[in-house]
Design a protein around this ligand. Structure first.
Ligand SMILES: *Cc1c(COP(=O)(O)O)cnc(C)c1O
Length: 398
């Protein structure tokens, strides 16, 4: 068996998952992107410029924070938070956006497009486009624009045009369709900054690589602090970019367990959720073969989550592979559990997490009390919750 860290193969396959399922008009753009990424990856000048931007513009390294009071409150394992919420723009998304804008510049593409769900990827993309003087168009579902209006305003101040997408469920999937349509039309001048470890090769690999900095830092930080590896890593999984970036550098450490937490919505049996590993099937969506929520006719199922960033019918192909192999386990947290966790972290630690992140916190709330005090858990705190306070306030009647 190949080492887990060496995947995917040259055509983007993670075992039976991944690949390049795109219209013919995009194939040459994706091949160019793959080749350019390969050159950039081995170019010290590219790596140095990216490292400097991550440090001085985005704020890396992010702290590994010992959540002292949460640990005491839950009464079990020691809990650390990897503070991606402290990055510029408020979530991990900027790691990938910076990497991709440098690639766009190398390819001479000055027009940038992106899709966004919760708006965090749109904000990160609009930010790097402003920083590099590029035109920027963000496609966003009309429903998401309503529930994440703060981020819509931020993107507009950053000079981006935010295009509402009203088709279908008017959320992330439709926004990706529109972005792909734009890309097919304008592929010569345009780079598509895809926002998660999803879509056609090379995106799942490339986006993962740009986020590996999360896990590399966390690994070094915990070894410095505790002089040993953690027992458990926990991260929320939408498309799966924050989780794979955090987990990947630990894949060969056999003693480290990893749990990805999907959106359980109103519960699995209600059918209103976005937990692809709870009843999802193998299928192809938006460029990649992976686990997908479909109905009995094989049509893409409507999804539901309180958090726009986890509300998507497919999961990144590498997660499907790592789940089959048993290396990563997947669980889910419901809307109610995530909302309760959102409150707990705010009240106990003084940190308001994004609702996406709150799904990972919900899992730690369940599991930490069952573990002994000499176990160490690291939770990836993927983003901050400013964007979610009005939605949570409406829920709690605050
Ligand atoms: C976008 C987002 C997510 C979900 O995306 P992944 O690709 O699964 O990481 C999770 N947390 C935050 C804060 C986000 O903005």
């Amino acid at each position: 068996m190949p080492s887990l860290e060496t995947l995917p193969d040259a055509r983007g396959h993670f075992g039976p998952y991944g690949g390049m399922f795109v219209p013919e008009t995009l194939m040459s753009a994706l091949e160019d992107l793959t080749a350019e990424y390969e050159r950039a990856r081995h170019d010290p000048a590219f790596q140095q410029e990216l490292a400097a931007l991550l440090r001085d513009f985005a704020g890396r390294p992010t702290p590994l924070y010992f959540a002292d009071r949460l640990t005491t409150h839950l009464g079990g394992a020691k809990i650390y938070l990897k503070r991606e919420d402290l990055l510029h723009t408020g979530a991990h998304k900027i790691n990938n956006a910076l990497g991709q804008i440098l690639l766009a510049r190398r390819m001479g593409k000055k027009r940038i497009i992106a899709e966004t769900g919760a708006g965090q990827h749109g904000v990160a993309t609009a930010t790097v486009a402003a920083r590099f003087g590029c035109e920027c168009i963000i496609y966003m579902g009309a429903v998401d624009m309503e529930r994440q209006s703060l981020n819509v305003t931020r993107m507009r101040f950053l000079g981006a045009r935010v295009v509402p997408v009203t088709a279908g469920q008017a959320t992330l999937k439709e926004a990706i369709n529109e972005a792909m349509r734009d890309w097919v039309t304008n592929v010569r001048t345009t780079h598509y900054i895809l926002g998660s470890a999803l879509g056609s090769h090379p995106y799942p690999m490339m986006v993962r690589d740009f986020h590996r900095v999360i896990g590399l830092e966390a690994r070094r930080q915990i070894l410095e602090r505790e002089e040993r590896l953690p027992n458990l890593l926990i991260a929320c999984v939408g498309g799966g970019s924050n989780a794979i970036g955090f987990f990947h550098p630990f894949l060969e450490d056999e003693t480290v367990r990893m749990i990805g937490v999907e959106a359980g919505g109103e519960g699995i049996r209600s059918g209103k959720h976005a937990a692809r590993f709870q009843g999802g099937k193998l299928g192809v969506l938006q460029g990649t073969k992976t686990f997908i929520l479909t109905n009995a006719d094989g049509q893409i199922e409507l999804t539901h989550s309180i958090s726009a960033g986890l509300d998507y019918a497919a999961v990144g192909p590498e997660h499907s592979y790592l789940r089959d192999s048993g290396r990563i386990e997947y669980d889910y947290a419901t809307d109610d559990e995530a909302l309760a966790a959102f409150r707990t972290l705010a009240e106990v630690e003084g940190i308001i997490p994004a609702l996406e992140t709150a799904h990972a916190i919900a899992h730690v709330i369940k599991t930490a009390p069952t573990r002994s005090a000499d176990e160490i858990i690291i939770v990836n705190c993927s983003g901050r919750g400013d964007k979610d306070v009005s939605q949570a306030a409406a829920h709690f009647g605050i």
